[in-house]
Design a protein around this ligand. Sequence first.
Ligand code: CA
Length: 525
Amino acid sequence: MNTAPLTIRMHERDNVAIVANDGGLASGTALPAGPVLVDRVPQGHKVALVAIAAGAPVLRYGIAIGYALKDIPAGSWVHERLLQMPEARGLESLPIATVKPEPLPPLEGYHFEGYRNADGSVGTRNILAITQTVQCVAGVTDVAVRRIKAELLPRFPNVDDVVALEHGYGCGVAIDAPDAVVPIRTLRNISLNPNFGGEVMVVSLGCEKLQPERLLPPGTFSIVDERNVADTGANADTPLDVVCLQDDAHVGFMSMVDSIVRQAEEHLERLNARRRETVPASELVVGVQCGGSDAFSGVTANPAVGFCTDLLVRAGASVMFSEVTEVRDGIDQLTSRATTPAVAEAMIREMAWYDAYLKRGSADRSANTTPGNKKGGLSNIVEKAMGSIVKSGSSPISNVLAPGEKLKAKGLTYAATPASDFICGTLQLAAGMNLHVFTTGRGTPYGLAAVPVIKVATRSDLARRWHDLMDVNAGTIADGSASIEQVGWELFHLMLEVASGRKKTWAEHWKLHNALVLFNPAPVT
Ligand code: CA
């Protein structure tokens, strides 16, 4: 453990650095390449390397994260109360597809063991998902799922789990409002996630606004494996499998539960017949996000994820990064990395839509930061965004998705979502993610039932205390015991192990699952 004073500066222009030492540094500490501290500076917080005059920019990542509200002497603790936050960058006159990075050499020879689906996607787990049209059926479905797990699942050892896709939508909503398309397509596309093998079954109440045929119109759900048609009799015209609780045939609660269990068995039989096969790493669909961030997020975990993102893109895989309010302040970096003007325009359109959405609620991007972010050294959303965006690596951005849309192509995609951990995860599931990477500095036990979540700690102190919750410790980068590249490769190899089912993540081990939370920007009634 390095006990000498250790500070990290991200860019040669920066006039602040963050303190890396566990427990921070005491007032009077002489920094090796800088001033003597005039305040105690907590771990992850910024110290002024030079005197900063009132009104002058405070620079981190080479950009102004704020302007000094008063004279800040060298060696001072630079916290959020000393900073005036800059205005959001306008969405006009942005650099469009100006950066043309040298294409990185393809990365070949990496594989994992996955479940091939009839629609061409590949699952990393083999799960029966039960789709619900409306929250009203959640209790009955839950009872049925407990019975399925106890009575049926032991007979189907190749099926990993049974998951009820519970949510709060489906009725009491303005279902014809323009923005209702977001929660509806999200639910539809989650039902089609690669980890569910194309086995769509629905539990409906009967009188709800979101009727089954509106959720999954004919032609949207038939991804039955053609190779099994002869065995199962299923084909592309198979009607949607719906258990309707208000159906006249149901007399009493147990008859509803029995119907769900009986239907589940058919799907479990088909899922159980599937086997993992060797597929190229290009079949990975990785969603990256962060939550409970601190000032180390942008120094350790997120750059390591960014390095891994570049490895995945080189391997021909799909990577999504998201979280609108955490990229809004770096929009010029993103539009310049777009492969085409159309991709940049789509990104700008998503930012403008979200600016307007926040404005309707009398808020802006600055509503993003939490008390924990600030305690962890992040002064404001500008600083948080600069650290968040590096998860996207350096590859060109070739696709953009609106919230709830399904992924269309491989490569690096910007999937526009709120930064809320649960909503971002839910929307990335809808996009077709089969593996999730989550970085955290403050610590969160986040997990999803449908997809493995690999959690990356930004600090060794968190990795030590949460040793059975964090899968990767990127704090070794700040300690000086590993490089960004080494942790990036460690993550890449772990992904292939987890995707193959050879390794479980800690969230899977403890069965830690957060709820699906739909993004519903439309009114409720
Ligand atoms: Ca998040």
